[in-house]
Design a protein around this ligand. Structure first.
Ligand SMILES: [Zn+2]
Length: 148
């Protein structure tokens, strides 16, 4: 079952569910004339039109500006609209495997159930090292401007 947007010869736009990509296009519900598929308003992989992805959202309330009420309600609204979108377009759900670790070296690249743990740790450790390295080089100018 796939949801498509259709447009009929008279210009009516409507959504319909078809069994597969090769199913015939349904007739217009308003006027009965033939229709053609139009590109969906939700583009898979385009975060600008699909909203915030789950990976971009905070994973716990403590991760939201120290639990600031305005920030929490902002993210809660985003999460609710995202959930409605995913009900309609389940393929937007993305990777929903449980996250085993998302702190320390896994910050920004969570370790999920089913991942190759050895490879994930190696990747994450390398990324963490390169971040530390650049932070270290930035620290030098600060020591030079120290007042004696
Ligand atoms: Zn029509």
């Amino acid at each position: 079952m796939i949801i498509y947007d259709f447009k009929c010869d008279e210009g009516h736009r409507f959504e319909a569910v078809v069994d597969s990509m090769t199913s015939p296009n349904p007739d217009c519900k308003a006027c009965g004339s033939g229709s053609r598929r139009v590109p969906s308003r939700v583009k898979i992989g385009n975060s600008a039109s699909a909203g915030t992805s789950r990976d971009e959202m905070p994973r716990s309330w403590t991760g939201i500006s120290g639990g600031h009420p305005e920030a929490v309600s902002h993210w809660r609204k985003k999460m609710e609209s995202r959930e409605k979108l995913e009900e309609k377009y389940p393929e937007l759900g993305g990777d929903r495997r449980p996250i085993l670790a998302h702190e320390g070296i896994f910050n920004g690249r969570p370790l999920r159930a089913g991942d190759d743990i050895g490879a994930a740790v190696k990747d994450a450790a390398q990324a963490a090292t390169s971040v530390t390295g650049s932070a270290h080089s930035h620290a030098h100018p600060a020591t030079k401007t120290k007042v004696h």
